[in-house]
Write a protein that binds this ligand. Structure first.
Ligand code: SF4
Ligand code: SF4
Length: 197
């Protein structure tokens, strides 16, 4: 798919307006088509030689997220079975633009990302929720899902082993910083591309 400078402009605008963060979908008429085009535009940018640093950052991010998985999972396994609420709803179980940038930098093709869409009713339990929790590997789960911690989970984390909690907190901060650096780099280069017409 050929990507036009106009599309880079739209992508740049979207990234700036969302602060490279929480944009789930493009609203309004033609929103879904626009969103799909932007995913291809992200793929196009991430493939450029200038983006090798982005791919390296995504790979480091993936390794760090995998590292905190056992700690978070052990807390979920301990606390969630006693919970009567469902915090996993369809409205959370979809990728935002930051997730798309990360996944493409990890080597995902846009078509693979599109296959993970979630158009199910927003208020119902997420379609990726199974009896044993989320079926999406934590490394590639929507970012907002990985970092949602309810009060009982936070208390369990804090009251468990101090060393494990300290290690988790340190990695958590590194992950947030690394993701921000990765998105900032992508935003900056996309802006250059959009102005290069
Ligand atoms: S994360 Fe919290 S709100 Fe969600 S199921 Fe577990 S205990 Fe319940
Ligand atoms: S953690 Fe998984 S099951 Fe829960 S909302 Fe996110 S994608 Fe859906």
């Amino acid at each position: 798919m050929a990507i036009s400078v106009r599309l880079y402009g739209q992508l740049s605008e979207l990234l700036v307006s969302s602060g490279c963060a929480y944009t789930l979908k493009c609203e309004g008429e033609g929103g879904e088509d626009r969103w799909n085009s932007l995913i291809y535009a992200v793929g196009d940018v991430a493939d450029m030689p200038r983006m090798s640093g982005l791919r390296e950052m995504a790979s480091q991010l993936s390794a760090k997220i995998a590292h905190v998985d056992p700690f978070i999972k052990s807390c979920n396994d301990e606390i969630c079975p006693q919970c009567e609420g469902v915090c996993c709803l369809n409205k959370f179980g979809c990728y935002d633009i930051g997730d798309v940038i990360y996944l493409v930098a990890l080597g995902w093709r846009p078509v693979e990302i599109l296959s993970f869409s979630n158009n199910a009713p927003e208020g119902l339990p997420c379609k990726y929720l199974s009896q044993s929790g989320c079926v999406i590997s934590r490394r590639v789960r929507p970012f907002r899902c990985n970092w949602f911690f309810c009060i009982p989970i936070i208390e369990h984390m804090e009251n468990g082993g101090k060393r494990a909690y300290r290690g988790f907190s340190r990695l958590f901060q590194e992950i947030i910083r690394l993701r921000k650096d990765m998105l900032d780099e992508f935003c900056a280069y996309t802006k250059v591309l959009s102005e290069s017409a």
